[in-house]
Write a protein that binds this ligand. Structure first.
Ligand code: GDP
Ligand code: MG
Length: 183
């Protein structure tokens, strides 16, 4: 905070989940408002910065960490997760296996990054992506998803579509709201 009471925050946010679930697409939509069917999955780590004018006195800068290529190992190094204050875990509503992998990603995050002196888990939001392909979806009822989130320590879940630009902004704001409350 400066003298005028203006606050700027920089938050590292992890975006993880199985390959092809839409991590890169979600980030590109959120940051640049674009969508393509063809993002190359280049090996390595990509960053994107999204600035949110949260309110007249608060600016939030989200540094979004996109993984590429390492998804197949189902885990990341501790160094990669370091100092993250929030995460999004994605799955593809048309592929059950990607939902089954969610628990593994959550456990990976919880075991490698915490915040605060009392080492609490960082807030994680679950994104049920490609909901525009609803006709093929296996996704459970909203009640089941709510229960899943409660049982597995997610702060919440959203049906998203990077293609149709659905709920991505909303999910991010929900996450930021939790992070700000932790600060
Ligand atoms: P990543 O491997 O998790 O980064 O996934 P990508 O962002 O590369 O997306 C994998 C494929 O799914 C690409 O062909 C995307 O165009 C497609 N895709 C991503 N999000 C959506 C979505 O919301 N709806 C649909 N229909 N396709 C999507
Ligand atoms: Mg990608």
């Amino acid at each position: 905070a400066d003298d005028e009471g203006y606050n700027e925050y920089l938050y590292k946010i992890l975006v993880v989940g199985d390959i092809g679930t839409g991590k890169t697409s979600i980030i590109k939509r959120f940051v640049h408002n674009i969508f393509s069917m063809h993002y190359k999955s280049t090996i390595g780590v990509d960053f994107a910065l999204k600035v949110i004018n949260w309110d007249p006195k608060t600016e939030v800068r989200l540094q979004l960490w996109d993984i590429a290529g390492q998804e197949r190992f189902g885990s990341m190094t501790r160094v990669y997760y370091k100092e993250a204050v929030g995460a999004m875990i994605t799955f593809d509503v048309t592929r059950m296996s990607t939902f089954e992998a969610v628990a593994k990603w959550k456990a990976d995050i919880d075991s490698k990054v915490t915040y605060g002196a009392d080492e609490k888990p960082i807030p994680v939001v679950l994104l049920a992506n490609k909901c525009d392909l609803g006709k093929d979806a296996f996704i459970k009822t909203a009640n089941d998803m709510d229960k899943y989130c409660k049982d597995n320590g997610f702060i919440g879940w959203f049906e998203t579509s990077a293609k149709e630009n659905m709920n991505i902004e909303k999910a991010a704001r929900f996450l930021v709201d939790h992070i700000l409350k932790n600060d």
